[in-house]
Design a protein around this ligand. Structure first.
Ligand code: PLP
Length: 455
């Protein structure tokens, strides 16, 4: 056995199994150790400074070092550090947070269920959908629709909803009863000459044809992120949801808005649902709910869904679902304080005031020789790297160019996320225009440095 060195990097390699990492490459390459954060910046263990262009993983809306959140956690820790919420037990942080979320909901919602992650929230929803249809005496109505390039999580069921090959391949997924429909990305999937409007119409027609082919009595629900995040920040055509929602209604198919990234101001409205005109029956959120400071997620259900759940739990004696840490009081207190800070800072107005600069700098990248499309809304966006701008031909092998540019970005002091050959931007919502400029200046230097390597 070789001796394990004493440095954090050697001990990381010796002891840690990393999520979303090439495990073999990690054995030689080792970790990038992030030591501290302040504002929109983080610092590695050598002291090098980075602008966090993805707010960790799309979540640290308030940036690092928010003392009010630290204090809220400490206060709650001292008062009631932990307690469960099974079997009628409750506590005020949960009650207050549920009330606050229902007040903020984009459409009337009835009740809130809490979990710890986006995956757990969406997994809970899958079970609620099946429970709901059993309650209504429709045991066949169980199929769930998702979309190619969707991201809804990594549990067995939510990885199945996710429409990305790496989440299925060699995990023996997807599970049965989950189906993937068209991705609403005009740049990649429109037919030659097809307008956004025509593209949206075609996707809606495909949806209806799919429901009819499967049998409307077998199709229960459709999940959708308002703006698809991890699939590449994909903004649907303007009329997309207006066209698909009547079809879902016609066949009594529930619509679930996965607001795990879009919720809490990211797209320039409080909810992504408002930005794209979704009227969901169920909504999930996480991440910016607590500014990522502690793990917490929420599921909001409307009265129709809730009433069926009540009837079923009365019939069988229980809604037999919940997590030890559902509505953990400390996470709930931090989430509540996060919502208060959004209000005190008028976060939505801040996002709207800096978003034009963000979008101006982002779309300017569309002129770069390596970029096929630059797209964004609010404070979220992505650039798509292509080998040939005219023909939109991707680089070979897929993912190589994205990884390269992302690594060059790190050298320049900007952390972004490569999703294949798409690079995402999703900085803390508190970012100012100077740091937006600095972030894009650094990224442009990385792109320029990539030209001789990739061309
Ligand atoms: N849904 C969306 C839209 C997400 O972006 C994510 C994570 O990035 C998830 C669900 C899963 O959340 P988690 O990683 O907290 O399980």
């Amino acid at each position: 056995m070789t001796a394990i060195g004493n440095s954090p990097a050697s001990r990381d390699k010796a002891f840690v199994l990393h999520p979303y990492t090439n495990l073999k490459a990690h054995e030689t390459q080792g970790p990038m150790i992030i030591d501290r954060g302040q504002g929109v910046r983080v610092y590695d263990d050598s002291g090098k400074e980075y602008i966090e262009g993805l707010a960790s993983l799309w979540c640290v809306s308030l940036g690092w070092g928010q003392e009010r959140l630290v204090e809220a956690a400490a206060r709650q820790m001292r008062k009631l550090a932990t307690y469960h919420t099974f079997t009628h037990k409750s506590h005020e942080p949960m009650i207050d947070l549920a009330e606050a979320l229902l007040k903020l909901a984009p459409v009337p919602m009835s009740k809130v269920f809490f979990a710890n992650s986006g995956s757990e929230a969406n997994d809970t929803v899958i079970k609620i959908i099946w429970y709901y249809n059993n309650a209504l005496g429709r045991p066949e109505k169980k199929k769930i629709l998702s979309r190619l390039k969707a991201y809804h999580g990594v549990t067995v069921a939510t990885a199945s909803l996710t429409g990305l090959p790496n989440n299925h391949r060699d995990f023996d997924l997807p599970i049965a009863r989950i189906q993937h429909l068209d991705c609403p990305h005009h740049y990649r999937f429109a037919e030659p000459g097809e307008t956004e409007e025509q593209f949206a119409t075609r996707l809606a027609e495909n949806l209806e044809a799919h429901i009819l082919a499967e049998g409307p009595d077998t199709v229960a629900a459709m999940f959708a992120e308002p703006i698809m995040g991890a699939g590449g920040v994909i903004i649907p055509p303007e009329t997309y949801f207006a066209k698909i929602q009547p079809i879902l209604k016609k066949y009594d198919v529930l619509l679930i808005a996965d607001e795990v990234i879009c919720g809490f101001g990211r797209t320039g409205n409080f909810w992504g649902s408002e930005t794209v005109g979704m009227q969901p029956d169920i909504l999930t959120c996480a991440k910016q709910l607590s500014s990522g400071y502690l793990p917490i997620s929420a599921v909001m259900v409307n009265e129709k869904v809730y009433q069926a759940m009540v009837a079923e739990s009365e019939k069988i004696g229980i809604f037999g679902h919940g997590f030890t840490y559902s509505a953990h009081p400390v996470a709930a207190a931090v989430a509540l304080e996060t919502l208060k800070i959004y209000e005190d800072m008028d976060m939505l107005n801040h996002v709207r005031s800096v978003s034009p600069r963000f979008l101006e700098r982002l779309t300017a990248l569309g002129d770069h020789p390596l970029i096929g499309e630059a797209r964004g809304i609010g404070l979220i966006g992505a650039v798509e790297l292509v080998a040939d701008k005219e023909t939109k031909t991707p680089f070979e092998p897929a993912g190589m160019a994205g990884a390269k540019v992302n690594a060059l970005g790190h050298e320049q002091g900007v952390i972004t996320r490569a999703m294949g050959d798409r690079i995402a931007f999703c900085p803390p919502l508190v970012i100012g225009t100077d740091d937006i400029d600095e972030m894009f200046d650094r990224f442009t230097r990385a792109l320029d440095a990539a030209i001789p390597v990739l061309k």
